[in-house]
Design a protein around this ligand. Structure first.
Ligand code: MLT
Ligand code: ZN
Length: 487
């Protein structure tokens, strides 16, 4: 197959085909599903999708590609938001799918650890933990499709970060195939290990640029015995924050999720998602979803919920509230939150700003960024929602109803830069959980420039001297051109 942007890969592809056999080597029409991200922002072409059966085979694939100078894009469930896992449009990148590394290797209920391969879906991992009476405390909208390798490579956040941290905080050990094909077995299960650099954290969040995560040891926690979910209309983002503060001051360890949703996003969910119903008498401008959970028995979470909500209702912080009375109602409430991305996609073109600010600045972020975006593109719809409890708001922007979608997307940098200006003034970050991918490396010099970017660049050069791993992701290309580093 011709490969305009790199070496002639035909000999390599023949060798890989022999090594991997029919289930492990896909070409032509079979590669289409692997060549596009789920939002259809990045459509690429790949000479082949490589699907090794185990870590040893994957290591051999990487070794051969490194020798031939062939570029590799590790791919899990392909649910990413910033284009890291989709191949380039010039046909120069081979997709390395982790889908067949899908075994749970060990679950230790005494040590509360789960050892599993990168291609296990997050949902399958959660189920395995639940069957052993434990909880894997990581929950994201795409968990049915997202795979552990991708979840770790992007350091996914999600709904439970307020209590348990990001994916990074749940990893005790990793197995990684390095760019030269070496296997690093760091599958340790230790809660304390102070022996030099913390290598596993280099690969978590690296978006495939430093090596391929093939297996991991994750921390589990006891399963909740009591769970309460409430859905509230609140007077303002300030009221939402005040309510969060009240729960925090009473029992921070019970807050499993504290999510904010604005009017525009909720309208899209109610419009596009079959079965979505608002559990309140009237629509409102601002909502929060509160989940409390605890492994303690008879902890009285319902009492806590009522003790906080009742005065808040009297004071007008909360204007209406519904408490789930069954698992079905809990799921229906969560659906209103989880389907925001899907509803936005069905409505038309959107630009995502996955930003974070100190928790106390969330109301300022929503007010200031909304005003700035409305001034930039009249009629723009601000779809702000997300993880208020950890300061990560998805400040997403939906095209004006009358505007052409492509014309809207053509202005994505202007919109992102407008939001980022506000975020920066509030001491925040341009990417809280989605990562940098191919969409945002241009932001890195401004936000992470100087010594920080220099350190990242040197790590990249040390671990992937031939620049075969996920090139053009995370680190800016123009810097590569300036320094001569092969990214
Ligand atoms: C979520 O938390 O639902 C997603 O990360 C948000 C998004 O699609 O922007
Ligand atoms: Zn999120």
């Amino acid at each position: 197959m011709p490969n305009p942007a790199g070496p002639d890969l035909s000999a390599l592809l023949e060798t890989l085909q022999r090594l991997l056999g029919p289930p492990g080597f896909l070409t032509g029409a079979d590669t289409v599903a692997y060549s596009q991200d789920w939002r259809r922002l990045y459509t690429g072409i790949t000479p082949a999708v490589l699907r090794p059966a185990d870590t040893a085979q994957l290591a051999e694939v990487v070794r051969l590609c490194n020798e031939a100078g062939a570029k590799l894009i590790p791919q899990g469930g392909n649910t990413g938001m910033v284009g890291a896992a989709a191949p380039a449009a010039d046909g120069s990148e081979l997709v390395l799918s982790l889908a067949r590394l899908n075994r749970i290797r060990d679950l230790d209920a005494a040590d509360m650890t789960l050892t599993l391969e990168a291609g296990v879906t997050l949902q399958a991992a959660q189920q395995a933990a639940a069957e052993a009476g434990c909880l894997l405390p990581l929950s994201i909208g795409s968990e049915g499709t997202a795979q552990i390798g991708g979840v770790l490579s992007t350091n996914a956040g999600g709904n439970n970060t307020v209590r348990y941290g990001n994916a990074r905080d749940l990893v005790l050990g990793l197995e990684v195939v390095l760019a030269d094909g070496q296997i690093w077995n760091g599958l340790r299960r230790l809660r304390k290990d102070n022996t030099g650099y913390c290598l596993r954290q280099l690969f978590v969040g690296a978006e495939g640029t430093l090596g391929v995560i093939t297996a991991a040891v994750l921390k589990l926690v006891p399963r909740p015995r009591e769970t309460e979910v409430a859905f509230c209309a609140v007077a303002s983002p300030e009221a939402a924050l005040a309510l969060f503060g009240r729960f925090q001051s009473r029992d921070p360890a019970a807050i499993q999720a504290f999510e904010y949703m604005g009017r525009a996003g909720m309208e899209l969910v109610l419009k596009h998602i079959p079965g979505a119903v608002l559990p309140l008498a009237e629509p409102a401008a601002h909502y929060v979803l509160i989940e409390l959970a605890t492994p303690r028995e008879q902890a009285g979470l319902r009492g806590l919920l009522e003790k906080v909500l009742e005065p808040a209702l009297e004071e007008g912080l909360v204007t209406d509230a519904a408490i789930a009375e069954s698992e079905g109602q809990r799921r229906a409430i969560w659906k209103l939150r989880e389907e925001h991305s899907e509803a936005q996609k069905r409505e038309g073109a959107s630009v995502k700003n996955d930003v974070s600010v100190p928790v106390s600045s969330v109301p300022a972020l929503i007010a200031q960024a909304s005003e700035a975006c409305r001034a930039l593109i009249p009629g723009i719809r601000v779809v702000a929602f997300g993880h208020l409890g950890d300061g990560n708001i998805h400040f997403n922007l939906e095209q004006p109803v009358e505007m052409d979608g492509a014309a809207f997307l053509a202005r994505d940098h202007e919109m992102m830069d407008t939001v980022n200006k506000v975020v920066r003034s509030l001491g925040g970050s341009f990417s809280a959980e989605h990562g940098v991918g191919r969409l945002k490396p241009y932001m890195m010099p401004e936000w992470r420039g100087g010594a920080e970017l220099d350190i990242m660049q040197r790590i990249k050069l040390a671990l992937d001297p031939n620049g075969i791993m996920s090139p053009g992701r995370v680190l800016p290309q123009d810097r590569a051109a300036r320094t001569g580093y092969p990214l």
